[in-house]
Ligand binder design. Structure first.
Ligand SMILES: [Mn+2]
Length: 343
């Protein structure tokens, strides 16, 4: 706790009562009365529902479970509300905060806990979609987005539309049980969503696979594990790693990502792993990798996505307040979200 308080010392003070509409999406009985209901054409594109997923057992380093609270205190809500975004906050889903032991003969850590969290994230996200809100899931580590993206894909299918995914990350998150060097599920999320992984996670939503690899762009990668590149190719994920981005130039890389997705999908989910940024601007992460995106580059990417697509849902993951001296990473994350969501 002292670490968090220390880290928050230089953050702008939290707006009191910044959270207008609480409900407990993971609880045994859904209390959704506080959320106004409105349809897709009545401003849903300006309506955001924040869902906190304070969970870090998909990662090898503890601390991301602190992020939802820290991001709210860093001023996540204020600028959005000032700019007329209709904002609800569902509060945090309640994760299982204990680790499970490794199942004999398997290479996956904390599968039961990760499954539990993702079922709740899925349910909360579906609820938000049904009520005309765009879910903004605050991780937590990157394993929590299996639920949010499965929900976004299922909701798109309900409307006869297909979902594209822009996965912004230093890592591929395309490990399988065979290739994972650590057993940590935050390195397997995209693999699970594109159909390869433990059944508990590949079948969180109504369809298998939840999303098509061919409708997914992986942007900003520069740290792949052995065998992960083969998984990416097998799944048909479009890889815009840093070497390729540097080769073609940032502007061309962004244009290609947008054209690629626009040709293949109707709406877009953005999954932003803050470790896609260079550690010099976002040091508070558990698995930093040098040579990442500058703030202005990330801002250009998100602005392009926003101008080109209906962004139906998004995640912000891997902010680790325990490693974020001065709160710089939390502030960078809030700034990027405001850019993606304002007005
Ligand atoms: Mn990731």
């Amino acid at each position: 706790m002292s670490m968090i308080s220390h880290g928050l010392g230089s953050l702008p003070s939290a707006a009191p009562a910044a959270v207008p509409d609480h409900w407990n999406p993971g609880g045994p009985s859904l209390r959704v009365g506080g959320l106004p209901r409105h349809g897709k054409d009545q401003g849903a594109h300006r309506s955001i529902c924040v869902i906190g997923a304070p969970f870090g057992h998909g990662a090898g380093v503890a601390g991301t479970e602190l992020a939802p609270e820290v991001l709210r205190r860093a001023g996540l809500h204020g600028p959005l509300r000032r700019n007329g975004v209709r904002l609800a906050d569902a509060g945090d889903i309640s994760p299982r905060q204990f680790r499970d032991s490794m199942v004999q003969g398997r290479k996956i850590r904390n599968l039961a806990a990760v499954t539990h969290v993702n079922r709740r994230v899925y349910a909360a996200s579906m609820e938000a979609h049904a009520r005309g809100f765009r879910p903004l899931v605050l991780g937590g580590d990157h394993s929590v987005v299996v639920g949010s993206i499965a929900a976004a894909a299922d909701h798109a299918r309900l409307h006869g539309e297909s979902l594209g995914v822009l996965w912004i990350d230093a890592h591929g998150d395309m490990n399988s049980e065979e290739t994972t060097p650590t057993g940590n599920l935050h390195g397997m999320g995209l693999s699970c969503l594109t159909g390869r992984g433990p059944e508990e996670l590949t079948r969180i939503g109504k369809f298998h696979p939840a999303i098509a690899g061919g409708q997914t762009v992986l942007f900003g990668v520069r740290d792949l594990d052995r065998g992960e590149d083969a998984n990416i190719e097998a799944a048909g994920v479009e890889l815009l790693d840093m070497p390729r981005i540097l080769r073609v130039g940032m502007a061309n890389a962004i244009a290609h990502a947008m054209d690629y997705l626009a040709a293949r999908c109707d709406r877009l989910h953005v999954s932003l792993d803050i470790d896609a940024l260079d550690p010099s601007v976002a040091p508070g992460v558990g698995t930093p990798a040098s040579g990442g995106l500058r703030m202005d580059e990330a801002a250009r990417l998100l602005a392009a996505a926003r101008s080109r697509f209906e962004i139906s849902s998004l995640d912000l993951v891997e902010v680790n307040p325990a490693l974020d001296a001065g709160g710089v990473t939390a502030r960078a994350a809030c700034n990027l979200l405001h850019l993606l969501l304002d007005g």
